[in-house]
Design a protein around this ligand. Sequence first.
Ligand SMILES: *[C@@H]1O[C@H](CO)[C@@H](O)[C@H](O)[C@H]1NC(C)=O
Ligand SMILES: *[C@@H]1O[C@H](CO)[C@@H](O)[C@H](O)[C@H]1NC(C)=O
Ligand SMILES: *[C@@H]1O[C@H](CO)[C@@H](O)[C@H](O)[C@H]1NC(C)=O
Ligand SMILES: *[C@@H]1O[C@H](CO)[C@@H](O)[C@H](O)[C@H]1NC(C)=O
Length: 144
Amino acid sequence: MYTSFFTKFVALMAIASGVAGQGLPANCDRTMTVQAGNTCDDISAAYNVSTYQLASVNNATVDAGCDNLYVGEVLCLGITGQDCTTTHVIQSGDTCSSVSTAADISINLLLQNNPNVNTICTNLYPGEVLCTGNQTYVNVTYSK
Ligand SMILES: *[C@@H]1O[C@H](CO)[C@@H](O)[C@H](O)[C@H]1NC(C)=O
Ligand SMILES: *[C@@H]1O[C@H](CO)[C@@H](O)[C@H](O)[C@H]1NC(C)=O
Ligand SMILES: *[C@@H]1O[C@H](CO)[C@@H](O)[C@H](O)[C@H]1NC(C)=O
Ligand SMILES: *[C@@H]1O[C@H](CO)[C@@H](O)[C@H](O)[C@H]1NC(C)=O
């Protein structure tokens, strides 16, 4: 009786983890599979996901420097309801002002949705991907 229950329980857990898939976060609404040579920022640029969002959604598996990706790894790109898909890839010369003006959003919203950008916007770098969506996707505030 106990053995039978335990066996079924283990089988159910295996099915549940298979459905969740490789430790992806709950409510993941899009994914991609890492290819040889990918970096976090080129994945971000290719899939319209901000640098912050990609790092934050995968923070349980991808380290802060994004140097532990492996071929075949499945990354979650966004969480349902918090998935910003309108993005801008920073070019040399871009500023928070130019990016927010081009996207027709306020600088405050740009900073809110990209907590990795400091409040005086001096840490942008070419290839970084910012969320330029016109709603609040990120409600956390970090010290910048
Ligand atoms: C990313 O956004 C651009 C501009 O809106 C669009 O043309 C492109 O199809 C999008 N790519 C993906 C993978 O969603
Ligand atoms: C990942 O991010 C979530 C939400 O921001 C946070 O609660 C969690 O502590 C982070 N986990 C790690 C391993 O940093
Ligand atoms: C963003 O939302 C504001 C307020 O609702 C609106 O005035 C503005 O036109 C919107 N911009 C875009 C690009 O949709
Ligand atoms: C963030 O807060 C705003 C305002 O309270 C709310 O409308 C929005 O749904 C929240 N977004 C997320 C991702 O929690």
